[in-house]
Design a protein around this ligand. Structure first.
Ligand SMILES: C[S@@+](CC[C@H](N)C(=O)[O-])C[C@H]1O[C@@H](n2cnc3c(N)ncnc32)[C@H](O)[C@@H]1O
Length: 269
């Protein structure tokens, strides 16, 4: 068993925060210690100090990638916080349908994890536009810091029970049996989502602004400065009238943002 000292933990958690925005705080010490046991063993390292030296000298990026995979929380599910999807369907999309003359919708799921969030958005878009969808470019951009979850999301294969909670109409139209235990998203929905790895604390690489950004249950892991900076960049990346959806356990303080409150966890530029 490798034990992490307070000093080693301070050093490592500061490094993690600098590179991922994830603020671990003192209470996550034993979690970090246990999640990294295998890594130290595999690399034949004897202490967390040696691990830190290895991590900071690795120019390939592989060690950082592995560390990020070990420490991120990817919990998600279809239709999570379902009132957001109802709001998207009944308020946001009617507004966009009327106001976006280019018929090019720009929706971003930032911190998309295994893809249930962007696929839910794609199915809502399919419902809303129906036979008129061909006239619109409705592709959803979906990004996450973890290349591993992005690869899984692209496959679009889920346990049968994860899909059961969806309406029967969606299950028969958008899903097909994969093997006895799993169900796959059909191609016509998969092709509506564009997946890319992206670290939200780095400058955004986008040239065009978005109509809607979903960044739900991601900022809870960040400290207030990283969060404030990210909110400012989300604001600048939205068109006037654009919407930001955050997680229900997150809220924006009036003084930290220029966004206007719409309803719990929904804000507007
Ligand atoms: C709890 S999941 C949320 C998934 C989905 N948005 C939802 O609400 O169900 C948080 C996701 O944020 C991602 N994440 C954490 N730090 C990130 C960062 N700096 N840049 C981009 N994604 C990050 C994690 O990899 C994880 O997949």
């Amino acid at each position: 068993m490798f034990t992490i000292s307070d000093q080693e933990y301070r050093q490592l958690s500061a490094f993690i925060e600098k590179h991922t925005g994830i603020h671990l705080g003192p209470r996550k010490k034993s979690l970090v210690q246990s999640r990294l046991q295998q890594t130290l063993e595999k690399r034949k390292l004897e202490t967390f100090d040696q691990y830190y030296v290895f991590l900071t000298n690795d120019s390939t990026g592989a060690a950082m990638k592995e560390l990020t995979e070990k420490l991120t929380t990817n919990h998600t599910y279809f239709m999570r916080e379902r009132d957001h999807f109802a709001y998207l369907q009944h308020h946001v999309l009617p507004y966009l349908e009327k106001s976006v003359s280019s018929k090019d919708l720009r929706i971003w799921s930032a911190g998309c994890s295994y893809g249930q969030e962007p696929y839910t958005i794609a199915m809502i878009l399919d419902d809303y536009f129906g036979a008129n969808k061909f006239a619109w470019d409705t592709k959803v951009l979906a990004t996450d810091i973890s290349p591993r979850v992005i690869e899984e999301a692209k496959l679009g294969v889920y346990k049968n029970e994860d899909v059961l909670q969806l309406p029967e109409r969606w299950r028969s139209k958008h899903f097909q049996a994969y093997d006895g235990e799993r169900t796959a998203v059909k191609q016509h929905i998969k092709q509506e989502v564009l997946y890319r790895p992206l670290n939200l604390i780095h400058p955004f690489p986008f040239r065009q602004p978005f109509h809607v950004i979903f960044c739900r249950n991601v900022m809870i892991y960040f400290d207030e400065h990283v969060r404030a900076d990210l909110l400012r960049r989300f604001y600048n990346s939205l068109l006037p009238g654009g919407y930001l959806f955050i997680g229900h356990s997150e809220s924006l303080q009036r003084e930290e943002t220029s966004f206007r409150y719409v309803m719990p966890a929904v804000y507007r530029k």
